[in-house]
Ligand binder design. Structure first.
Ligand code: FCB
Length: 448
């Protein structure tokens, strides 16, 4: 039996744009995702987050569902343009009231709120003024964080400044598949820096306003393995790891960029302001770790900057997203982060899998998702036994929801959502997860 530490948080995670709907209600301003999803051809199934899970109206039902499953934590994000429709300036009181009611509903049911302050839905008006390419966005972010902290800070004890800066940079500015859909490496590196400035300012604001709360950031971890033992492939894996993981983690964990990354990005380095070194040095209380899969890479000097390519793992199991299922990556990465950076605490802020679920006679049987979650929890448990300061696990996601450019084609929930009727049906994985939470552990049935 794997037993997790006392007081372990068992939660699920969501984000505002993916579940709330009510995209233009009660004074909310548009976000870059509203504009992007309304642009024809951007989302696989032509859908939008206009209604999504209608959580804005159904949050009580959803909180009740978590309570029924016996979960003691919930990670959600605040929509910046719901609170400040223009990104700065005039407050939209009904928007902030919504989060106030949500936090009250969670606290009434003894569910610990973990609040993410930026999960990709930048106010459109800030995008029109340069978005994260402009340093002003980082300043506006800190002001918005202060507004939220002043209102919710008496009840919220865990804050997450940013969700996955890597995804913002890679999908938004390198691959061009998320808004603002650019392919511009110089802009990408500048954005990565401004996200760090925004994070540093937000940490300071939260420390000042909520001195007893815990502040962290969520990064995705994409452990990198060389395709062979050759020195070339090993070096390629190190370069990939440096740009995809360390470039993003180390400003939060060490206060500055890895030297190897700085050297590799030589021609694209960001503009810095005099106070940035100081600003980036903002120690955090916990490291939020999103974790889904790994990368296997080999050397390929024809690829600019990184000199490597990813090698598809043909014949291995993959989820509906096409992501390889390789649970050992979680153990490896938790140990590595603990060894190299000694964070005070780690939360797995996302882990989960999409599979094509169906309802039969009112039930959703999803054995693959149960396996996925079980195998990852076993690795998490082993990591705890090896000394990793893991204090909570958040399954992505509570509900099937709007999966960004994949629209509604990918179901990640432990609760099924019938989007036509908005009916929720707990999947078998939801009952499985509920049992794990109730026993604060699980049988180690895996032999792997
Ligand atoms: C993560 C995102 C989250 C969700 C999952 C599947 O990168 O943070 O919003 O889309 O992937």
């Amino acid at each position: 039996m794997i037993v997790f530490p006392d007081g372990f948080f068992w939660g699920t995670a969501t984000s505002a744009y993916q579940i709330e709907g009510a995209w233009n209600e009660d004074g909310k301003g548009p976000s870059i995702w509203d504009v992007f999803s309304h642009t024809p051809g951007k989302i696989l199934d032509g859908s939008t987050g206009d209604i999504a899970c209608d959580h804005y109206h159904r949050y009580r039902e959803d909180v009740d569902l978590m309570a029924r499953l016996g979960l003691n934590a919930y990670r959600f994000s605040v929509s910046w343009p719901r609170v400040l429709p223009e990104g700065r300036g005039t407050l939209n009181a009904p928007g902030l009231d919504f989060y106030d009611r949500l936090v009250d509903a969670l606290c009434e049911r003894r569910i610990e709120p973990f609040v993410t302050l930026y999960h990709w839905d930048l106010p459109q008006s800030l995008q029109e003024q340069g978005g994260w390419e402009s340093r002003d966005t980082a300043l506006a972010f800190a002001d918005y964080v202060s507004v939220v902290a002043q209102r919710l800070g008496d009840r919220v004890r865990h804050w997450i400044t940013l969700n996955e800066p890597l995804a913002v940079v890679l999908a938004g500015y390198v691959l061009g598949i998320h808004p603002p859909a650019k392919q511009d490496l110089r802009a990408a590196v500048q954005v990565s820096h401004h996200l760090n400035v925004g994070h540093g300012l937000a940490v300071r604001a939260l420390r000042a306003l909520c001195p007893s709360s815990k502040v962290g950031i969520t990064h995705v971890s994409l452990p990198v393995y060389p395709a062979s033992d050759s020195p070339e492939d090993r070096a390629a894996a190190e370069r990939w790891d440096c740009l995809v993981n360390r470039w993003f983690w180390e400003p939060s964990l060490k206060g500055w960029y890895p030297k190897e990354g700085w050297d590799m990005l030589g021609a694209f380095l960001p503009e810095l302001a005099a106070e940035d070194e100081n600003l980036l040095h903002a120690p955090i209380d916990f490291f939020g770790h999103n974790s889904y899969t790994r990368a296997v890479v080999r050397s390929d000097q024809s690829v600019p900057v990184v000199g490597a390519v990813q090698v598809p793992q043909v014949g291995r199991p993959h989820t509906g997203m096409g992501w390889e299922v390789y649970p050992d990556h979680l153990y490896d990465s938790l140990l590595r982060i603990t060894r190299d950076y000694r964070p005070r605490a780690i939360f797995i802020t996302e882990n989960g899998a999409a599979y094509p679920d169906e309802v039969h006679a009112g039930r959703v049987a999803d054995p693959q998702r149960i396996d996925y979650v079980r195998e990852h929890l076993v690795r998490a448990g082993r990591a705890v036994a090896a000394g990793v300061p893991l204090q909570g696990y958040f399954c992505w996601s509570l509900l099937d929801n709007f999966e960004w450019t994949f629209g509604y084609t990918q179901r990640f929930g432990i609760v099924y959502v019938d989007f036509a009727s908005q009916q929720r049906i707990v999947k078998d994985s939801g009952y499985f997860y509920s049992k794990v939470a109730a026993s604060n552990g699980l049988e180690e049935t895996t032999g792997a």
